[in-house]
Ligand binder design. Structure first.
Ligand code: PNW
Length: 492
């Protein structure tokens, strides 16, 4: 077994806690008392609401490996990653972090953080290798084992049904999301999973990041299935994906138990008031509604905005009134993946009522060139969503950053860049909850390093470092930061 369970001693060493095995809570409150004595703010009065849910997130293709186990079919990501020139380090996720075999140890990693919830995704091609038809009898075995292990360790499961690993068979037969046959197949798969796992999974996310799978997968061709469609085809894909979400919401309600809760996990286009004036805040709200027209806006309003349809013109997606009713089926919560500001917004006297400020070349970025830190996104995105659509329950379904994560001479990965990023985002999340924005929980991306899509293994997002040769997991300093934050229920 390559995995070595890290000990409390290792945690104590990297946090500098002297007493081995010191209970976490007493460490947390001890520091808070110390803070008071030192004249620092008492974080106990600036913490998160009681019962705030702390968790970590992963997705199936990025960590599981075992792509040929128990009758799993191929996904579009297997095919894409095995196509030359698609992945920057020429890797694939055939074994990834081998979570399929190491899940028990991985549940212990979550537990060591003090996390109480885990967001994972189910691989559709494990369940329906051909996308539709007869389910694979062994298709849910792995998830049954995982759910038992989570339950035995007091971890609440949050399951994502689609985190981009579409069965290749659906791509071959129907052109994947270019056809509404795929939207319907998704609902059948969702019904099957909700029926089988709904006794233990109370929270389902339908689709992870509709916008990224539409744009990167079907517009830019940078993600599977690697298509570069025309504007009209792309808008149809966007509509079919939204339709798939709505059909799945209905299927989960029809086949899951009473009380099952369901919503999307979307990376809303984030619009930040450049300066916090009432006019800019209003402009940022209008921008949020327009720039998410094909995603959250249609899901929550049941219509495409006038500006979206006008701008699309003849390229507008073909749809019926019934489609819009399905897409806007009532949901129980909105999941939001928040990584960065997409736009800083200034109020303007123009038709739209806002200007999107261009990003100056000097704007900083994290290790990944695309990841511009703007921690205030963690305040504004949930606030806009709650305000615009009167949403009462929000989960932050992803937030985190990659880093270079090189071990220091003493072997520790002092990822203080990740800690800086997280501390600032969580401070803005605390601002949101303290003002009554209804965020119920936070899932940090990611529990461990994984296959970062077209960046292969070159971008590491984990709290735990993974040696992809030996599959050994090692906590980074940020794991201690997160553990301390969870223990205090306040930003550490
Ligand atoms: C998410 N952006 O992707 C995905 O849900 C994860 O699977 C992925 O590993 C993680 O974030 C890190 O990339 C995103 O440009 C990619 O704003 C890009 C953006 C947001 C999310």
């Amino acid at each position: 077994m390559p995995f070595k369970r890290f000990s409390r001693r290792q945690f104590a060493r990297i946090t500098g806690w002297s007493a081995l095995g010191m209970p976490v809570l007493s460490v947390g409150s001890g520091l808070a008392d110390q803070g008071k004595e030192n004249g620092l703010p008492d974080r106990r009065t600036s913490g998160f609401p009681d019962g705030f849910l702390w968790g970590t997130a992963t997705s199936s293709y990025q960590i599981e490996g075992a792509v040929n186990k128990d009758g799993r079919g191929r996904s579009i990501w297997d095919v894409f990653a095995h196509t030359g020139g698609t992945i920057s380090d020429h890797s694939n996720a055939d074994t990834a972090a081998d979570h399929f075999h190491l899940y028990k140890e991985d549940v212990q990693l979550m537990k060591a953080l003090g996390a109480k919830a885990y967001r994972f995704s189910i691989a559709w091609p494990r369940v329906f290798p051909e996308g539709t038809g007869s389910p694979n009898p062994k298709g849910l075995d792995f998830y049954n084992r995982l759910l038992d292990e989570l339950s035995a360790n007091g971890m609440e499961p949050f399951a994502t049904l689609y985190h981009w690993d579409l069965p290749q068979a659906l791509q071959d037969r129907h052109g994947g999301w270019t056809s509404r046959e795929t939207s319907k197949a998704f609902a059948d798969y969702a019904a099957h999973v909700a029926g089988r796992l709904g006794d233990r999974v109370k929270h389902f996310f339908t689709i992870n990041e509709c916008s990224r799978l539409v744009h990167l997968g079907h517009g830019l061709g940078a993600d599977a299935p690697g298509l570069k469609l025309s504007p009209s085809e792309l808008k149809q894909v966007r509509h079919n994906v939204a339709l798939g979400h709505g059909l799945a919401v209905q299927a989960i309600r029809a086949h899951g138990r009473a009380g099952i809760r369901v919503g999307p996990a979307e990376n809303a286009v984030s619009c930040i008031p450049a300066i916090e004036t009432p006019a800019n805040i209003r402009a940022a709200e209008m921008a949020t509604r327009e720039l998410n027209a094909g995603y959250l806006t249609v899901m929550l309003e049941g219509r495409y905005t006038d500006a979206y349809l006008a701008q699309a013109g003849k390229d507008a997606p073909k749809h019926t009134a019934e489609d819009l009713r399905i897409i806007s089926s009532p949901i129980d919560f909105v999941g939001l993946n928040v990584y960065m500001p997409d736009h800083y917004v200034v109020a303007a006297d123009n038709e739209r009522g806002f200007t999107l400020a261009p990003f100056p070349a000097s704007f900083p970025h994290m290790n990944a060139a695309w990841l511009r830190p703007g921690p205030e996104a963690m305040y504004w995105v949930p606030r806009h969503v709650a305000k615009l659509w009167n949403v009462k329950s929000i989960y932050i379904t992803e937030n985190g950053t990659s880093g270079s994560d090189q071990p220091a001479a003493d072997g520790t990965i002092y990822d203080v860049d990740r800690i800086m990023y997280l501390r600032n985002y969580l401070t803005h999340l605390q601002r949101a909850t303290s003002e009554g924005v209804p965020v119920l929980g936070y899932f940090l991306w990611s529990l461990m390093d994984n296959f970062e899509w077209s960046d292969g293994y070159e971008q590491r997002f984990g709290l735990y470092h993974v040696d992809f040769g030996t599959k050994r997991r090692t906590p980074k300093l940020s794991a201690s930061f997160y553990r301390e934050t969870i223990a205090r229920n306040a930003v550490a």
